[in-house]
Write a protein of this length. Sequence first.
Lengths: 505, 372
Amino acid sequence: MTPAIELIGIDKRFGAVHANNDVSLSIAKSSIHGIIGENGAGKSTLMSILFGFYAADKGEIKVQGKTVKVNSSTDAIALGIGMVHQHFMLVDPFTVLENVILGAEGGALIGPALAKARAELKRLADEYELDVDPDAIVGELPVGLQQRVEILKALYKGADVLILDEPTGVLTPDEADHLFRILQQLRNQGKTVILITHKLREIMAITDHVSVMRRGEMVATKETAKTSLEELAELMVGRRVLMHVEKGAAHPGEVVLDVKNLVWRDRKGTPRVDGVSFQVRKGEIVGIAGVSGNGQSELLDVITGIAKATSGTVLFEGEDITDLNDPSILRRRGMAHVPEDRQHRGLITSFSAAESAILGWQNDAGLGRSYHLNRNAVIERCRKQMEEFDVRPADPLLKSSKFSGGNQQKLILAREIGSNPDLLIVGQPTRGVDIGAIEFIHKRLIHLRDMGKAILLVSVELDEIRSLSDRILVMFAGRVMGERGPDADERELGLLMAGVVKDAA
Amino acid sequence: MSARGELPTWVDVGLIPLINLVLALLISGLVVVIIGENPFQALGIMLHGALGSLKGWSYMFYYATNFIFTGLAVAVAFHAGLFNIGGDGQAYVAGLGAATPGLILGGALAAILPAGISQPITLFVALMGSILFGAFWAFVPGYLQAKRGSHIVITTIMFNFIASSLMVYLINNVFRPITSMAVESKAINDAYILNFREIGRLIGMKLPSSPLNPVVFLAFIAAFIIWYLLWRTKLGYELRAVGANSEAAIYAGIKPSRIIMIAMAISGGLAGLVAFNEILGVQHRLLLDFVGGAGFVGIAVALMGRSHPLGIVLSALLFGLLYQGGTELSFAIQSISRDMIVVIQGLVILFMGALEDAFRPSLTALFFKVEE
């Protein structure tokens, strides 16, 4: 039987990032095909290429056995491909009907289209358990129903292949179960479903086939019935060459950071950090592992005073800083922070390296008396840091954006470590950084630990966590799933990252 | 070795403004042709009108004085990521701060002190008054943006209208002497900035008549101070950080809401200096619409000057030239009205602001082709 979709040798680069590296994929008709992988593995890029948002640099797309060109989402829809995005593309003040006909109004007057859609919606509701009140205002519907509207939109436009991007991220378990029933109905009626997710349980629960992506490559495609949670976890995380970091035993001292029962809710009231407790001591590195988007970023924001905790407490060197909410005061007290997102937070790309190298420390007395900012002192400080951290090119006046990722990261580390902090909080220290710089950065972190400083490390790179940390916490859905030693089994960590607790089962 | 898509500085701050200016002039030339006049003759009259005599030069610098103030006002806000369109209203309201000390305090001081002492004191108070009133009128929209999220573009535009109504009311009902028919205050003689012609007369030098007065030096000093503030102080660093990347600024512990309010106050204070120049150095009374649209010209000046004080001084002089030359042009050729300058000004804003990105890609492409 001809596959519904075939992708052959898809290649896509974004600047230095190889998002899709010679990816091939074949998706059988009337099946549910899962694509899993960590964030940044290239799943969404691949689907965006299929849906016409990006053009592939190389490669071929076949729909129903015929080679096609997909230059826009309109092309994709015409080929019978529909997509339900992670962030819904709905017009909130419109009714369900109005949203469904969006892009298919069929003329200057929308009356006929609305009537047709109403009839069609009734049919779809009966057939697939997709019932939604057609006259409800979309913005007033719960998230699960909004997602149903997205699915209806795609089906109304004649989709035979439905792509769902992380569909359960916003759903309650009940809503997710209902969604799965809908997807099964769709498959049974001959539709093809592509499900992008990083949740292993979902894959096991409803897919027929599963493909694993890692770092832009398609690692494996398996029949779901013939694989296991463990195997998938391993494929997803990967057995990378363990980079060896020389390090002796840790000598933990007194507690520097003490987080108790910390909760942070987003605007919608969803707890993104959900009752997290842990301690970081002098002379140790505590690593937080987890697939990104499981509350690590929010946790760092709350600890560093950028976001306000909903409840719980944060003690820094014995002092309650929960309600302080002032990164500059925390910095002065000795809490340095290397942010996860260096492009948007760590430095200001339009500033010179020297100016970026004082970000957060601009009020240092060493940089000029009272209001004055001594330009020579700023440049001199940057020059020293560049020398110590081997930043290339060593030009303090060069724009920050013109340094490579690794050198930008070194600049930030130099700034934060250079302040001689008691506690260093590091998010994704080596994301998008070349091998040489990774080694250098790892050595510096170990060195800092051996000097008796406390380090909290957050990384989605399991290898990095394992080779650097003295203790490993795994976060999933805002919670700490467990604590393990540095010699913990990779597979076990992988399962924890996917929210599977073995001991409890 | 610049990254792709980034032009060298000289293209960015020199060539692009120049291309935009030339295009604006070309299209204005077309308008002149449509009117039925010779564009080259028109250009010649304009240049001669501004640069052909000491009087022309004086007027050019007089116009430029106001434009430097308003251009700097727009630029300071712009560096903090804000678009202050309310320069006109801020300068207008600042008229209260400029005029009141001369009307009330000046007389009292003059009664007890010799003029050589009372005048400078009154002028200093008036200077502070101009800055403070202008700053206040910009601070309120800044506060609303920082604390309530009201968009600064909308609020500053609305504040222009409020300023206009408020000033008409105050000048008519408070400042106008009861016996006077003209809607203006009585003459302010106790805070009087002599213009250069008057100063020249004192020392026996004959200078052409023009409103140009020593406040022009204040404009150059202000440009230097703003440059210093932005690139040599911690506040300036924080201000630019908020404008360039507010998320990074928050990470650094800078409070954007605080910076927004400070930047707007500085911006309004600069616009307020227009009132100091116009009321105490030129008109010597508080009158209706004394700002004359300088606040809006400031937007074009700042855009053209790339929001850098040096660029602003240069582009303010250019606009001063256009204004003075345009006035001469409307005298010389009856069918061309003074509004021709507004057309050119509008075209410059259009090319610098709205259409800038239209030329940038092709220019970038061209530039890298040549470089390779």
